[in-house]
Ligand binder design. Sequence first.
Ligand code: ZN
Length: 457
Amino acid sequence: MNEIEAYLLEHEPQAIETLLAFCAIASVSTDPAFGAGIALAAKFAADQLTAAGFPTVEIIPTGGHPCVLAEWCDTPGAPAVLVYGHYDVQPPDPLDKWHSPPFQPEIRDGKIFARGVSDDKGPLMIPILVAAAYKEVHGALPLNVKVLIEGEEESGSPHFALTVARLKDRLACDLVISADGAMWRADLPSVTVASRGLAAMEVTVHGAAKDLHSGRHGGTAPNPIRALAHMLASLHDANGHVIVAGFADAATPPDPAIAAAIASVGYDAGSYFDDIGANRPDPLPAGDALLTRQWLLPTLEFNGISGGYAGKGTKTVIPAEASVKITCRLVAGQVPSDVIAAISRHLDARLPPGYRMEISARDPGTVAFSLDPALPALAIAEDILTDVLGAKPLRVAMGATIPIGEVFAKHLNVGTIFFSFSTSDEDYHAPNEHFRLSSFRTGQIAWARLFDRLAQR
Ligand SMILES: [Zn+2]
């Protein structure tokens, strides 16, 4: 154990106190009622960075909740890394399901319970504590470090990409290391190297100019619900595979290490269906096939459908319109606007005569993220995780969308390594969110080694 690691272990009680204080701030980003908490949390993060030795620390306005930017770059010739995290948290509801109040952090069974402790205040505090240890022990960092902490991650990061684009000269670096993004399973070390993108659209089919009486007009007037249902049913085959021409033509093959990981995790399809409370299909698909579908294949899902009368009882109406909300998870290579265009062409070709269709795609969507499998920093991160966690981490993908990887690739032209020590079983986004004290400790050792190893490159 070197001096930095010894310092971190010796100062663990203070580190825990600091994290508890951070978690006591109710920094819910999505609800304006928590505005004071947002401002306090941004200031708390900035103060910690200043205390850790960062000579430049700034709270940056974004048009929404501010970002905190810190720079400590006085090691010429050494690489520069940008550390990413977020100080905002999910809403704590439902409050009555918490065993201790969400913003009164409590330690039980070796875990800290508080809203935001796992996502992302605990993992975010780790690199700040490591920087502070370097300051106390050596008076300097071994490499150049910038830290960017956002305050809108839990509400869709509406201003983040623009802020990164605007600050791209100040944020220039060789690598982004994200303190956000949980490990996939607590009992299985992993590093996330890919996540799916997202494209969203809304389709409305119009029939008559107004709602009509189904007795007077039934059988003769156009029924947009019937037309829409018919069109939507043509988007998938009987096995749920998307059968839209051009939908996935541009998809590129994933890192072969991910396919190898899928084969080695032994995913249990039966318990998957049990866990979501659905009937087990017969025959039951193989676990590998299920996980491949969640991680590596694109989707087209209906998120909501509306039209006509949906209240209690009966209403004899033929609606004038019907609509559906659709989102697609995308894999590497797929371009959101091209995917929307392919689906639009497919639906347009199947719109029955006598109907009119409107399609809207409000935001530009997000392309999938995939990290260069040959990135040297990835191998270094994997080495360190192997050491501290006792097993070689699997390279995993994520079915969900992590926009930051793509934002940093696009505006800073660098890869993002996800180096978070939270795990997906820690009930983030749910009541009784917690973070393991053992992960807090291991994470500090791992980040100290990561700074050290990256500095030697
Ligand atoms: Zn997060």
